[in-house]
Design a protein around this ligand. Structure first.
Ligand code: PGA
Length: 253
């Protein structure tokens, strides 16, 4: 296995309270021990907005970065009850933000709205974890490539700084279901995404492309040999320090 930088990003979704700081401390302790093995990895935890400021103030860790999970497309303050903007998340201490997650697309978020969110997050110098992926029906109809190409093209403008964007391929049928794509399919899809970016965006350093969907400590070994995968976006299993740590440990086994 190469020693390329790998991302392990937790998406806590609607989970966690002030007491969850202990989960982060446990992950941090593991990172300190693991660091000695010389593996290059980046750990990011995307937590609910209610916890960003508390975690960033308490943690001050060079091993773990804290991120948000979504924002309103309007960049600063505005009459949007219940919403939070990229500038407010930045001010709370977030360094990263997940955008385009399928759970938000299901609530009506379109590629156009996601584009506006990406733009406002980039203006705020947040790093973006941009989610793409097809539904089960789209997969069955052979539309996977069409769907993800459109998601990329409609949301990422040519002028954007791709150094600030990480792409997470998350097939919707895999999220929270325990189902994962076959290695052969994944290789093809990752190659397609990377080629698509190379073809359409002039960039010296293409974005990292992650896999997300039912990743756990048992199936992670299946992903280790796929060198095209630059890391993982981990939902359910990131809500437990043990499960999250097992994923990292087993990946390198
Ligand atoms: P999961 O979620 O790991 O629970 O399938 C992944 C995600 O929604 O980002």
């Amino acid at each position: 296995m190469t020693n390329k930088l790998k991302y392990f990003i937790g998406n806590w979704k609607m989970f966690g309270n002030l007491g969850s700081l202990k989960i982060i401390y446990q992950i941090q302790r593991f990172c300190i021990r693991f660091k000695r093995r010389g593996k290059k990895n980046k750990i990011i935890l995307c937590v609910p907005n209610t916890l960003i400021s508390f975690f960033t103030n308490e943690l001050k860790s060079k091993f773990i970065s804290i991120g948000a999970q979504n924002c309103h497309y309007h960049e600063n303050y505005g009459p949007f009850t219940g919403s939070v903007s990229a500038s407010m998340l930045k001010n709370a201490g977030a360094k990263y933000i997940i955008l385009g997650h399928s759970e938000n697309r299901l609530e009506g978020e379109t590629n156009k709205i996601i584009n506006k969110k990406i733009e406002s997050a980039l203006n705020q110098k947040l790093n973006i974890i941009f989610c793409i992926g097809e539904t089960f029906i789209e997969k069955k109809l052979g539309k996977t490539f069409l769907v993800i190409r459109k998601q990329i093209r409609d949301s990422i403008r040519k002028k954007y700084n791709l150094n600030k964007i990480i792409i997470a391929y998350e097939p919707i049928w895999s999220i929270g279901t325990g189902k994962i794509p076959k290695a052969k399919e994944l290789k093809k899809i990752f190659k397609f995404i990377k080629d698509e970016v190379k073809k359409n965006y002039r960039t010296k350093s293409p974005p990292a492309v992650l896999y997300g969907g039912s990743v756990n400590g048992n199936n992670i070994r299946l992903f280790s040999p796929i060198s095209e995968i630059d890391g993982f976006l981990i939902g359910g299993a990131s809500q437990s320090s043990k499960k999250f740590i097992d994923i990292i440990k087993n990946y390198y086994k």
